[in-house]
Design a protein around this ligand. Sequence first.
Ligand SMILES: [Zn+2]
Length: 61
Amino acid sequence: MRIDLTCRVCGGNRFTLDQQLDDCSRVECEDCGHEIGTLGELKAQVAAEVLKRSSGRSPRA
Ligand SMILES: [Zn+2]
């Protein structure tokens, strides 16, 4: 599965993470330094994306 995350400022898709990985870690665009959000927020976005993509398919229980 591939999730597309792009910087809204420069359109880049390379991101840096704080060394300490938890839901409060900030994720920043490697190209322009724009803060995308926290890792927790990204996780929520990814989860929402997965739900959106899987809608219409029968879920595997
Ligand atoms: Zn950027």
